[in-house]
Design a protein around this ligand. Structure first.
Ligand code: GLN
Length: 192
């Protein structure tokens, strides 16, 4: 099992640390050839416009779209934006996941926050039941999901913040920043 982390911009190093913590082999993906032999890919948080522009420059758009047709991809925060089909404005998107996302939905940097989540699917998969502590940094929300998309988690007011479509996973928050490896374990189960 080898998991790639898109290493164009953002907090890819933190994802790599989490994967190492659970004993998974990792590779930093910067060029199309780095996808060879990779079983799943994480797209980190950062700035989705920058990640998109760099993906265009390094000719990664088509290889990533192709990869996503048959492999697991998990987008966190900016990565979730990049993975989505529609964000209501023009910037490079992979368009792999049938979700509509709103960028910066909670406001500016000062409106970043942390909260505890109940995520049944995750608790079932990992045999745990303590809440999942989630960090939101200039986070997007998932405004709506397509018919084949399963909602994994929502805030108390109903706003969707985690979803899954087959092997594709999108989270508004940053599971690489808390030391809780459960979401990474869940992703590995999708990739294997
Ligand atoms: N606001 C960023 C964007 O629109 C995402 C922030 C993040 O990844 N923490 O791309």
């Amino acid at each position: 099992m080898k998991i790639g982390v898109l290493a164009l911009q953002g907090d890819f190093a933190e994802h790599i640390s989490m994967l190492k913590k659970i004993g998974v082999e990792t590779v930093e993906v910067r060029l199309p050839k780095h996808l060879d032999g990779v079983d799943g890919l994480i797209i980190p948080g950062g700035e989705s416009t920058t990640i998109g522009k760099l993906a265009v420059i390094y000719e990664l758009m088509e290889p990533l779209k192709e990869f996503g047709k048959s492999h697991a991809i998990w987008g966190t925060c900016a990565g979730a934006i990049f993975l989505s089909k529609d964000i209501g404005r023009d910037q490079p998107l992979l368009g792999l996941m049938d979700i509509k996302v709103q960028r910066n939905a909670f406001g500016r940097q000062v409106d970043s926050f942390e909260t505890d989540l109940e995520i049944d699917e995750l608790f079932k998969a990992t045999g745990t039941e303590h809440p999942y502590h989630a960090v939101f940094i200039r986070a997007p929300i998932i405004e709506s999901v397509g018919a084949k998309v399963k909602v994994l988690a929502a805030l108390e007011d109903g706003r969707i913040i985690a979803a899954q479509e087959g092997k594709l996973l999108a989270t508004s928050f940053h599971p690489e920043l808390t030391g809780d490896t459960r979401f990474h374990e869940y992703f590995i189960s999708l990739a294997s």
